[in-house]
Design a protein around this ligand. Structure first.
Ligand code: 5AD
Ligand code: SF4
Ligand code: FES
Length: 351
């Protein structure tokens, strides 16, 4: 395999025109050779928008009083899980604002356990519920979750504190420690960053790619930063790269990472579709192999707007399922149903 240095990556992240297209085409070829043209789905359940954090970019931050706070009932969660089974989605992703009280952490364990039971272990479960203690991560793993997504948001500590309050609750080293614990517990661990943040440079993004590689991460979810009017970072909306540039930069990041880590799972983030109608297809063509169709009951979705203009907010799960199938067929990719779709990089490492 080619060795990619920081300088190589910076050059690739700066390519334009025909060189840019070559990069994207190479990434697609590497993907097809290593993991094929298959797309795996994670039915997304946005469990709760109650959050103890106050990230400066996020619409769900605790200081935002413009949204009403909700938590799904147990029955609503089980209905989502049943729907995932009916639609043939092999896996679920349960995402939530961060809470660390025992009522919450025990509830997540119970929901995971019950979903595994009622689906007869057919549904794989990815959790994305923020930073927790080792005990909690262990409890959730034992309940049946086997993948965990915790974005580092940026691997540069200095930038981390420009997009988060600098206090005990938002601590870069703690987040790194969480990723370590999760790997030690044998979760398939995913992380990721936002692309096109204020103050972020191409050098920072190259470092992010090397960070994923160094951690030997199993999955990555990364997408463009989208300024939200009810957050502090909104004031930088005109100081960040244009929509076109952020999309291109996102696609270049995906393509570079596919070259660096040919067998990991990489999400075509929904945020891509906020920028361009075919944003997720473009991400798949740049190397992504995972899509997360939303299963959250429609009445709650307006209150889970992490960023504005999220795709599919008004669409029923059935419509999305049908729509995605067509979209993937159009770009010569095939959705795989009823399989967990684990990261091949992780599976091979286990053997
Ligand atoms: N734009 C893009 N992505 C965002 N996220 C949060 N706010 C935004 C935003 N304004 C992403 C973060 C977080 C995930 C749940 O959503 O990366 O980890
Ligand atoms: Fe909470 Fe996550 Fe939003 Fe931060 S990004 S405010 S932790 S929901
Ligand atoms: Fe939701 Fe197309 S994927 S409507």
């Amino acid at each position: 395999m080619i060795q990619y240095t920081k300088d190589n990556l910076i050059k690739l992240l700066k390519t334009q025109g025909s060189e840019y297209q070559t990069l994207i085409d190479n990434a697609l070829a590497v993907k097809k050779n290593n993991i094929g043209n298959k797309i795996y789905l994670r039915g997304l359940i946005e469990y709760s928008n109650c959050c103890r954090k106050n990230c400066l970019y996020c619409g769900v931050r605790s200081n935002n009083t413009k949204i009403s706070r909700y938590t799904l009932t147990d029955d609503e969660v089980y209905e989502c899980a049943d729907l995932a089974m009916q639609l043939g989605y092999g896996s679920l992703a349960i995402q939530s604002g961060e809470r660390n009280d025992k009522t919450f952490t025990d509830k997540i364990a119970e929901l995971v356990y019950q979903i595994k039971k009622r689906s007869d272990n057919q549904l794989g479960i990815t959790l994305s519920c923020g930073e927790q203690t080792e005990e909690v991560y262990k409890q959730w793993y034992e309940a049946g979750a086997h993948r965990y997504l915790l974005r580092i948001e940026t691997s540069k500590e200095e930038l981390y504190y420009k997009i988060h309050p600098r206090d005990k609750v938002h601590n870069f080293q703690m987040r790194l420690e969480s990723l370590n614990i999760l790997q030690r517990l044998n979760y398939q661990v995913g992380t990721g960053v936002m692309i096109g943040l204020p103050f972020q440079t191409v050098e920072d993004l190259a470092d992010d790619l090397l960070f994923f590689k160094q951690l030997d991460i199993a999955m990555v979810g990364m997408g463009p930063f989208i300024p939200h009017p009810d957050t502090p970072l909104w004031i930088y909306k005109d100081a960040i790269p244009s929509v076109e540039m952020r999309m291109q930069l996102t696609l270049k990041m995906l393509a570079c990472l596919r070259l660096l880590m040919p067998k990991i799972n990489m999400v075509a983030a929904t945020a891509n579709q906020t920028l361009y109608e075919d944003g997720r297809e473009q991400a798949v063509l740049a190397g992504a192999n995972i899509i997360m169709p939303n299963l959250t009951p429609n009445k709650y979705r307006e209150d889970y707007l992490i960023y504005p203009d999220k795709a599919c907010v008004g669409d029923k799960p059935m419509q999305c399922s049908f729509c995605l199938k067509g979209r993937m067929m159009n770009i010569k990719h095939e959705i795989v149903y009823n399989q967990w779709g684990d990261s091949q990089a992780f599976t091979e490492k286990q053997q």
